[in-house]
Design a protein around this ligand. Sequence first.
Ligand SMILES: C[S@@+](CC[C@H](N)C(=O)[O-])C[C@H]1O[C@@H](n2cnc3c(N)ncnc32)[C@H](O)[C@@H]1O
Length: 270
Amino acid sequence: MNDARLDDHCGGYDARRFVAEFYDDIPMYARRPDAPFYLDLAKKASGPILELGCGTGRLLIAIARAGFSIDGIDLSDSMLARCESKLRDEPPAVREHATIRKADMTAFDLGKQYALCIAPFRCFAHLIGVEEQLACLAAVRRHLRPGGTFVLDLFNPDPARMHDSAFTEEAVEFDGLNLSDGRVLARSSRIAAFHPAAQYNDTELIYHVTHPDGRTERLVHSFPTRLLFRYEVEHLLARQGFAIRECFGDYDRSPYGDRSPEMIVVAEKS
Ligand SMILES: C[S@@+](CC[C@H](N)C(=O)[O-])C[C@H]1O[C@@H](n2cnc3c(N)ncnc32)[C@H](O)[C@@H]1O
C-alpha cells in the first residue's frame, strides 16, 4: 500500500480534492458539538483569534458571525478555496471579521499576535513527528500575546486503536446521504496499518459515491493520524513555554477521564 505520509503535507486534504468537496456535507462534521465551546472562548478572549487548520471555515465563519476577529491558516488549497467561497456569501460585517491564508501550521509568520489560538478538530494529529509538533508550538507561542491562550483539541487515544485488527475492517459511518447534485454518498472508515512504535496509524476514510446514472465510485482519503497521550501533550507544551491550565474530556468542559471522547488541553503562554 502507498505510504499515506507521502500524499501531501496536510493530511491528504489536497491529494484528495473530493475531501473539500464533501466536507461540509458530512453529517458528523455539520453536527459537531464544538462550536459553543469555541464561541465561549472567543467571548472571553480580549483580542484577535487565530485558528490553525481552519479548513472550509466551519468554526471560523461561526466565530466571525458572532462578531469576533479571527484569522485562519490552512495548508490545503482546496479546503481554503471552499472557505473563501463561503465567506464571499457572507454579509460584509462577517467578512470584515475573518481572513484566511495559506500557511503551514509548523512554519508560519503572520506578523501579528493573538489573544487566543485554537487548533480544533484534531488538526494537530496531522503532525506525525516530534520536530513538526515542536515547530508548530513554537510558531503558536510567537503568535500569542503574553498570557495568551492556546487550545489544543485532540481525540482521546484508545490504545486498542494501536493494534486491534478489528479496526482494519471497514466500518460504515453513514450512508444514503443525498447530495444537492443528485449523487448519493456513503462513508466508511478503517485503519489500514498500525505503527505503534511511531505512535501513528494509516487511517482511511472511504467515500462511496453513487451517481444519478447509477455509476459508482470508491474514493479513499488516506492519511496518517498521530496518537498523542495526555502527558506527552503536556510535556510538549511545557517544553515550548506553555503552562497547562485545563484538560477537558468534552466540549461541555467535563474533566478529562478514561472514557472521554475528546482530549482538549487549554494552555497559556507563560
Ligand atoms: C479535520 S480538518 C479541520 C477543519 C476545521 N478546523 C474544522 O474544524 O472543521 C483539519 C484541517 O487541517 C489542515 N491541515 C493539516 N495539516 C496542516 C498543516 N501542516 N498546516 C496547516 N493546515 C493543516 C487540513 O488541510 C484540514 O483543513
